[in-house]
Design a protein around this ligand. Structure first.
Ligand code: NAG
Ligand code: NAG
Ligand code: NAG
Ligand code: NAG
Ligand code: NAG
Ligand code: NAG
Ligand code: NAG
Ligand code: NAG
Ligand code: NAG
Ligand code: NAG
Ligand code: NAG
Ligand code: NAG
Length: 412
């Protein structure tokens, strides 16, 4: 099962299309290893599954497939030191482990072996197994990649040995990452190079100036709230689209309400709405009170994981948006932009917020943004103009009518 990635947000586009196809979405493993200076030394994102054939106590053979890595841990993965090269170690399920080592040559780095081990003592995964114990499988892959290139393989790579089949696809990996920057220069596997009709050359999800898919569609509108005890103290309804520019590459990210959680806090002078999701560590909206009678959006503080494994963080606590009287809510149905910095903007759609004085979980009267109220202001003007025009028409007809009847009189 191959999913087409549509958006730059890991997971979102993937989940969507997999759902559309009615298939089980597969889980991508992702690791962004950092060294002591918090710089990325190794980045990997890939999908895999395993089929294991084992003998049962009744001398039959059973085959199990391992494809659930939701709870995978990466203990033991490390950047490498003087003696050892970098290493990825993954633990999952009940007693599975998977290891790959990287070594460096003059102008290349390589993966020589992949180790996988499974534990048949787990009777849920291996019911009725005849031989109980840990079974390791070593596969030699001998893959050489130029230094500073990222290896990519969308095609399926299969390794088979006796009882174990290993499948890998959608692989992106770079070891010996320089300057904390995952490379955009790809080294393709042979299968990707030759696959002409095998469609799934999935566009790379790593940001590079030529391949930035930009979802232009309006974001879905989500409703968020914050509670203080059992009382709702902050309400927000909005469609959010993030626009961030990094290294001259612009990413447009629509926030998907279904997979976004809200938390926060409410105090008399300040209120916080914090959104988070799998790729947004936090997106904070901080509201404040001014002149004791109005509220406004004072601060936005964001930290999010980008598809290339880096983290984008930014805060600005000197904003002035969404201004309305305390005791009311702020509404703006038109698209509006909150400009947090030159490199980070938030486009809002169908916005309705009330960060203070929420009574019984309901919005109070809304103060509309000028963009909306311009329209509302225009309607009475238009009606007025039309009415005025009508009055003039009626008056003129009356005058004409009167003159006609007067002429009529005179002629008699
Ligand atoms: C690396 O990040 C951790 C946690 O974010 C922090 O505690 C540590 O001080 C950072 N180290 C350096 C050298 O920046
Ligand atoms: C395992 O991966 C292969 C290759 O992508 C795929 O054909 C197969 O359906 C997968 N099996 C499961 C159970 O996900
Ligand atoms: C993953 O971990 C959670 C919480 O520990 C647990 O509830 C869930 O069953 C685990 N999922 C799998 C597939 O092991
Ligand atoms: C991985 O490390 C975490 C914390 O460092 C620990 O809680 C967890 O049990 C470890 N997992 C395995 C499989 O060793
Ligand atoms: C890979 O496996 C071969 C044969 O099993 C072994 O000789 C070699 O040392 C292994 N390489 C690494 C880096 O472990
Ligand atoms: C990776 O390196 C470690 C330590 O050098 C070694 O114990 C392990 O067998 C190696 N694994 C592979 C798959 O080469
Ligand atoms: C890393 O930075 C150094 C010094 O700024 C530069 O000479 C080198 O070319 C950079 N390497 C890569 C791969 O960008
Ligand atoms: C995103 O931001 C860039 C730079 O500020 C701007 O040129 C572009 O029009 C914005 N795109 C959207 C959809 O807001
Ligand atoms: C979000 O959830 C609602 C109801 O829970 C559902 O109707 C809608 O289809 C979901 N949207 C997506 C994109 O999953
Ligand atoms: C709840 O409201 C009280 C009074 O305004 C405030 O002191 C407290 O910090 C609030 N708690 C939270 C979690 O917002
Ligand atoms: C959102 O909250 C629910 C329940 O608290 C939790 O199960 C889920 O993992 C959260 N989702 C995210 C993206 O944090
Ligand atoms: C942004 O939020 C983070 C995490 O809560 C915090 O450490 C940081 O100080 C905040 N930045 C600003 C400018 O408020």
């Amino acid at each position: 099962m191959v999913c087409f990635r549509l958006s730059p947000v890991p997971g979102s586009g993937l989940v969507l299309l997999c759902l559309v196809l009615g298939a089980v979405s597969s889980y991508a493993l992702e690791l962004n290893l950092m060294n002591a200076e918090n710089a990325t030394c190794l980045y990997a994102k890939w999908q895999m599954n395993f089929t294991i054939r084992y003998e049962t106590a009744s001398k039959n053979y059973k085959t199990v497939t391992i494809s659930d890595f939701v709870n995978a841990t990466y203990n033991g993965s490390f950047c490498g030191d003087g003696q050892n090269g970098p290493r990825i170690e993954v633990q999952f399920g009940s007693g599975f482990s998977w290891t790959v080592n990287f070594t460096k040559q003059v102008s290349t780095y390589s993966i020589e072996n992949i180790s996988f081990s499974y534990d048949t003592r787990d009777s849920t995964t291996f019911p009725d197994a005849k031989a109980k114990g840990v079974f390791p499988v070593h596969e030699s892959v001998a893959l050489k990649i130029p230094l500073d290139d990222i290896f990519r393989c969308s095609s399926i790579l299969t390794l088979e040995k006796s009882d174990v089949g290993q499948h890998y696809w959608d692989v992106h990996v770079q070891a010996f990452v320089q300057n904390d920057t995952v490379s955009t220069k790809e080294f393709l596997c042979d299968k990707d190079k030759t696959s002409t009709t095998v469609v799934p050359i999935v566009p790379t999800t790593l940001p590079s100036p030529t391949t930035t898919p930009t979802p232009k569609e309006k974001p879905e509108v989500g409703s968020y709230s914050v509670k203080n005890g059992s009382n709702t103290c902050l309400l927000a309804r909005m469609g959010l689209q993030l626009n961030l520019t990094q290294d001259k590459v612009t990413s447009i990210i629509n926030i998907i309400p279904n997979t976004t959680n809200s938390t926060g806090s409410c105090h008399p002078q300040t209120a916080l709405l914090r959104l988070n999701s799998h790729n947004i560590k936090y997106l904070d909206f901080v509201f404040a009170v001014k002149n004791e009678n109005r509220f406004y959006l004072k601060e936005v503080n964001v930290s999010m994981y980008l598809v290339n494994g880096s983290v984008f963080s930014f805060a600005n606590n000197n904003l002035s948006y969404w201004d309305a009287p305390l005791g009311s809510s702020y509404m703006c149905n038109k698209e509006q932009t909150v400009s947090v910095s030159e490199a980070f903007q938030i486009n809002t759609f169908d916005l309705w917020v009330q960060p203070f004085s929420v009574i019984q979980g309901n919005y109070s009267t809304a103060e509309e943004c000028s963009a909306d109220s311009d329209l509302n202001f225009l309607i009475p003007v238009a009606v007025g103009v039309a009415l005025g025009f009508l009055i003039i028409v009626v008056f003129i007809s009356y005058m004409i009518g009167r003159r006609k009847s007067r002429t009529g009189y005179q002629s008699v």
